[in-house]
Write a protein that binds this ligand. Structure first.
Ligand SMILES: [Zn+2]
Ligand SMILES: [Zn+2]
Length: 289
């Protein structure tokens, strides 16, 4: 029996474009599944590309930002391979509806001239903002949002954006009490504004999403293209239109996955893993309009 082929990136080093400890979520899947060892550069100024707390607004799209981070890490480290991620949070966390979290994870290899992107969009539980008038309200907010595993930001309510004294990454109950009371004291409205700290290392829910994306990306890095042998073969897209079991109308359900290569552009369809050939009539626009 032949030994398993060596993954294309086995033994390679890549740099992680982060100051926020994301490497913790990515290190194990990248090493186990693709043989890649991750390095974190010192003093990477990714905050210049935008922050969650509003001190540095984001001006580019998420994809442009994640690509800029990867380039920055490559330039700073001299290592031609980088991994970068970018989270964005949509919806309004003040209205009580579930907000959406989109996370992008990009692999950029300047030696091979390829980029791989994995992404995921899902509802996020711990994303909320509340203004509080006293410590009891602050503690109740903290309890509902997974504190202290999830860290909080505290700001004085009613101060103009950007200039506020800002407590970030608060995880200690005594520090929370101090931050809330001092923000209430400096707020023109005598209220403190509490929000979840969305930076990955402060937000376990986001770290779990990153670890899942890291595993997906690592599997692709370990899979060579059947045509040109470049690493990165994997699912790129999906074809919807699974026919209705009763009338055959195309539904919005996935009919097949599209696998592809980022280097030579080869595309192949892969049938659904569950073997489903027809959609439930409940999902059919004709049978269940
Ligand atoms: Zn139908
Ligand atoms: Zn190829």
């Amino acid at each position: 029996m032949n030994p398993a082929p060596r993954p294309p990136y086995a033994g390679c080093v890549a740099v992680v474009a982060t100051r926020h400890g994301k490497a913790r979520a990515l290190r194990v899947p990248l090493r186990r599944l693709a043989g890649v060892r991750l390095r974190t550069p010192r003093d990477l100024a990714t905050d210049a590309l935008g922050t969650f707390c509003g001190s540095q607004p984001r001006t580019r799209s998420a994809l442009e930002t994640v690509r800029a981070k990867a380039r920055l890490a490559i330039a700073a480290s001299g290592i031609p391979r980088a991994l970068a991620s970018e989270g964005s949070f949509g919806g309004d966390p003040t209205c009580g509806l579930l907000a959406l979290h989109q996370e992008l994870l990009l692999w950029r290899d300047e030696a091979r001239g390829i980029e791989l992107l994995e992404s995921c969009t899902r509802p996020v539980r711990h994303h909320a903002v509340q203004e509080v008038a006293d410590l009891a309200q602050a503690r109740s907010f903290a309890r509902r949002h997974g504190f202290p595993a999830h860290a909080l930001c505290v700001q004085p309510a009613g101060l103009a954006g950007g200039a506020w004294p800002n407590w970030k990454g608060v995880r200690d109950p005594a520090l929370l009490a101090f931050a809330v009371e001092s923000c209430i004291a400096t707020s023109p409205q005598r209220r403190a504004r509490l929000l979840l700290d969305l930076r990955a290392h402060c937000h376990p829910e986001r770290m779990r999403v990153l670890a899942g994306l890291g595993a997906r990306l690592a599997r692709r890095l370990a899979t060579p293209c059947p045509e040109c042998a470049s690493p990165g073969w994997g699912v790129h897209d999906r074809r919807t239109g699974l026919p209705c079991a009763w009338c055959g109308t195309a539904t919005a359900q996935v009919a097949a996955w599209i696998e592809g290569c980022v280097a030579c552009g080869l595309r192949r369809e892969r049938p659904r893993a569950d073997g489903l050939r027809a959609a439930d009539p409940g999902d059919c626009p004709q049978c269940n309009p």
